[in-house]
Design a protein around this ligand. Structure first.
Ligand code: GUN
Length: 284
């Protein structure tokens, strides 16, 4: 079997068009466009690319983006003061602080200060708690985007064995909550997991998010499994590659996401969804 490609480019464009239609309906009703504050501290090159993509997709979706590009030396007090100001600004619907932050800044403390109703990244403990308790509000963008991709396969997730490789706060942990909510049986693997290959071999759905090129071997993939590759790794050649050994995995899987052109685009499209959701839920 050669897998069908889950086309993140096409599906993300569909999502952006749906957001755009919701924004246009607001504007036609005399309301303002949703507004997203995008906070970048320092000049990490990968973060600059991601933030640039977020601003560009805001334009395509009709969302106003307000950029705060702060120097790497920004103090924690100044960043906390900015978040407080944005929390109180009624014209701001979403607040995104790009991670990772420089080492002297406590990311948990900053995320926890964001108003959960404006937490379009879905990283606030309140929003993670809501997801854990089967009553999600704002959901982390990458795992929600992965669920949108999985819906497109038409495969029913109820009772399926899902294996997540990687237990990060941004991907693995919230992905486990999403898949559990969809009533899959979920295994989360991490750096201390024994017999990783065997775990992956049993999976109907594999989600890889570890940030190591070709970490998940193609021969581990069960025939017919769905493979979602969240990794975006830059090789020395400058080429981008995922966490899954794509060429071999593709021969076993029923569906697979490419890198680039897969989950990365979905993360940004889902951020646009979360921003219009936040704006509407705030009743603005
Ligand atoms: N860094 C890597 N992924 C993300 C994300 O989804 N949101 C933010 N704010 N930072 C990130």
């Amino acid at each position: 079997m050669t897998a069908q490609i889950l086309d993140g480019k096409a599906i993300s464009q569909e999502i952006i068009a749906q957001v755009r239609a919701r924004v246009d309906a607001r504007l036609a009703g005399g309301k303002r466009a949703p507004a997203l504050a995008v906070v970048l501290v320092g000049s990490d090159p990968a973060s600059q690319v991601y933030v640039g993509n977020k601003k560009r997709q805001c334009e395509n979706a009709g969302i106003t983006s307000i950029a705060y590009d702060l120097p790497a030396e920004t103090s924690e007090a100044d960043l906390l003061a900015l978040v407080t100001k944005l929390n109180h600004d009624d014209a701001v619907d979403g607040i995104l602080v790009q991670l990772p932050l420089p080492k002297h800044l406590n990311a948990e403390k900053i995320i926890e200060l964001i108003d959960p109703a404006k937490d379009v990244d879905g990283f606030h403990p309140y929003n993670i708690g809501r997801l854990a308790l089967k009553m999600p509000l704002l959901r982390p963008c990458t795992p929600r985007g992965v669920m949108t991709l999985l819906e497109k396969t038409g495969i029913d997730l109820v009772g399926k064995d899902a294996v997540i490789v990687g237990a990060s706060n941004i991907v693995g942990r919230p992905q486990a909550l999403e898949l559990l909510l969809a009533r899959a049986t979920v295994t989360v693997c991490h750096s201390k997991t024994k017999d990783l290959a065997d775990k992956v071999r049993g999976a109907d759905v594999v989600v890889a998010g570890v940030g190591i090129p070709n970490f998940v071997k193609g021969e581990w993939i069960k025939p017919g499994a769905v493979v979602i590759d969240v990794g975006i790794n830059r090789l020395e050649s400058g080429k981008l590659c995922g966490d899954v050994e794509f060429d071999v995995a593709r021969e076993n899987a029923s569906w697979i996401t490419p890198v680039p052109g897969g989950v990365g685009l979905m993360t940004v499209a889902t951020l646009m969804q979360n921003t219009i959701d936040a704006c509407e839920a705030r009743g603005r």
